[in-house]
Design a protein around this ligand. Structure first.
Ligand code: FE
Length: 184
């Protein structure tokens, strides 16, 4: 709250001595284990799960308890992510390359952050001249694949993602259980 037009700060009690002392108690027994992915850009090609022609995803957190997933989406030149509707928001951060939606006139370039509100129906396209596009996406709930008139063709959610990972990791020799490290 401002007083006399000046910001007021709450003084946090902290002595010089304990500022680098870790928290002294165990975390809650029910708390889930953290996930740390050292090679998040996945140099090991086997980590990338094929999704469509020229499209792959690499799971980072498959959150079955809250129904969302965090992943890297990779699209090679001429790749298209099929038209789909979101009932919940999506957050994206472009790591490499650029892309656009057929339904919008803006371009998501390297370094861009994108918020996609609930109600979006879009078709992601990587333009000619981009060898590779990688974007970090947090997708909530369900992606409903539709035709141009909005008729439902299929869907994806965290559970279909987990199934795709299991099948792929089994096929490339990592084993179906490899996906467990990304599930919370
Ligand atoms: Fe989308």
């Amino acid at each position: 709250m401002a007083k006399n037009g000046k910001p007021q700060f709450v003084e946090i009690p902290m002595s010089q001595d304990d500022s680098l002392t870790p928290y002294q108690f165990p975390f809650p027994t029910e708390a889930l284990e953290e996930i740390v992915v050292p090679d998040a850009a996945a140099l090991d090609e086997r980590e990338w799960v094929p999704q469509a022609k020229n499209v792959w995803f690499r799971p980072l957190c498959l959150n079955r308890s809250q129904g969302y997933w965090m992943n890297l989406l990779k699209v090679k030149q001429a790749g298209v992510l099929s038209r789909h509707r979101h009932a919940q928001p999506v957050h994206g951060w472009v790591i490499k390359g650029k892309w656009h939606y057929l339904e919008h006139d803006w371009v998501a370039t390297e370094g861009s952050y994108v918020f996609e509100p609930p109600g979006e129906t879009h078709t992601l396209v990587v333009p000619e001249g981009v060898d590779e596009m990688i974007t970090f996406f947090q997708v909530n709930g369900v992606m409903i694949y539709v035709d141009p008139m909005g008729e439902t063709l299929g869907y994806e959610d965290v559970f279909t993602k987990i199934d795709m990972c299991k099948r792929h990791y089994e096929a490339v020799g990592l084993g179906a259980d490899y996906v467990q490290r990304y599930i919370r």
